[in-house]
Design a binder for this molecule. Structure first.
Ligand code: TXA
Ligand code: MG
Length: 345
């Protein structure tokens, strides 16, 4: 669908307390009427539509240019809503919801017939998340329906962490955008498959593996998805091209100086993405330097990563070199997204 104008509802100044502003009610009405609306969550901006309606969900796929075999996450405003989406809720899913909802955790559970087949791409399971962001919760409650919402970017681009990112990618393609503060985590939710004997992390994110094992016990969390290549991936989205900047992104484990010198010998222009502490030392070597944040504040680096990948995208250098991080805590999600960006470029 093409819109002459994508509406912008600015609720940046709302303090999150009841009552919610009329802008959220209007945006909620749009969703209940079957339109697609972008909104902030504590992870990234989502593009939401009525999860029970094929026609509404199709608008999400069309606006994003998303392949139809990549299922969506259903967002709920209250815990009790998930009984309307699932045929049964495994114990471990209840335990994880107790510990981390509302929050950046998506649980894969068996689905029932209320969910549009388009949402689940024909799978027998559904991904459910109860977000924490007050704007997201108020919007879902005003819409009065379960809200299917992938990240609100064009397929293959970094997820949006600011309303401007959504405008850049989807202006004219969606009914509206609720602008409401930055996304605190900056990386998408952790996706956990709860349909097997052990919990399986399909996508690392805001809730860390360490946090999951603290709740379920080490023995109940599988090491990794560990699927043989020939089998269909469990999180179908993970097979697609992701977060790819237009210049190749190369992760540098060893000496950044050496990597840069070699590229420059080949006559290439070079961008460097590195922590603030390395700015003074490395800046003089680069055509473009992108400061990722302090090395001691990995969660800040995560929060700004997609914005920085979008900056890198606009830099138009021949190659971008990026530092790596330890895969511990939120570092696992940071490295997962950087590795995807590097392998897609
Ligand atoms: O933080 C987030 O999760 C954001 C915000 C908006 O909530 N949403 C998000 O959605 O990142 P999306 O569509 O970009 O990523 C959803 C991931 C995809 O990799 C998809 O394949 C996987 O979840 N997924 C969805 N339903 C699934 C299912 N039934 N089984 C396995 N994986 C599923
Ligand atoms: Mg996405």
């Amino acid at each position: 669908m093409n819109y002459k104008q994508t509406r912008m509802w600015d609720v940046d100044n709302w303090d999150g307390k009841e009552p919610s502003p009329p802008e959220i009610e209007e945006a909620g009405l749009c969703i209940s009427r079957g339109e697609a609306v972008a909104f902030p969550t504590e992870t990234v901006y989502g593009l939401g539509a009525d999860a029970r309606s094929d026609a509404a969900v199709e608008q999400i796929f069309a606006a994003k240019g998303r392949p139809g075999d990549n299922p969506l996450i259903v967002h709920i405003g209250e815990r009790s809503q998930w009984q309307h989406l699932t045929s049964s809720v495994p114990d471990m899913a209840e335990q994880l919801a107790d510990a981390f909802w509302p929050g950046p955790l998506t649980l894969i559970v068996p689905k029932n017939n209320a969910v549009s087949e388009k949402v689940t791409a024909g799978l027998s399971t559904v991904a459910v998340r109860m977000p924490e962001h007050p704007v997201a919760r108020a919007l879902i409650n005003k819409a009065g329906v379960p809200v299917a919402a992938p990240s609100a970017n064009r397929s293959g681009r970094p997820s949006p962490t600011k309303a401007e990112h959504v405008t850049y990618d989807l202006d004219g393609k969606i009914a509206g955008i609720v602008k409401g503060g930055g996304a605190g985590y900056g990386l998408e939710s952790t996706v956990v498959d709860c349909t097997g004997e052990k919990a399986v992390v399909l996508r690392p994110g805001g809730i860390t593996r360490e946090q999951l094992t603290r709740v379920l016990g080490e023995e109940n969390v599988a090491e990794s998805a560990g699927l043989p290549q020939e089998e269909a991936p469990k999180a179908p989205g993970m097979k697609y091209r992701h977060y790819a900047p237009s210049s190749p992104l190369v992760l540098v484990e060893g000496s950044m100086h050496e990597a840069v010198k070699e590229a420059q010998r080949e006559g290439k222009t070079v961008g460097i993405m590195a922590v603030d502490e390395h700015h003074a030392d490395l800046q003089k070597y680069a055509d473009v330097f992108i400061a990722l944040g302090s090395k001691d504040e990995l969660s800040d680096i995560a929060a700004r990563l997609y914005d920085n990948l979008r900056l890198a995208d606009q830099s138009r250098v021949d190659v971008i070199f990026c530092e790596t991080f330890p895969k511990k805590g939120i570092g696992e999600a940071v490295m997962n997204r950087l590795e995807k960006a590097a392998s897609a470029s």
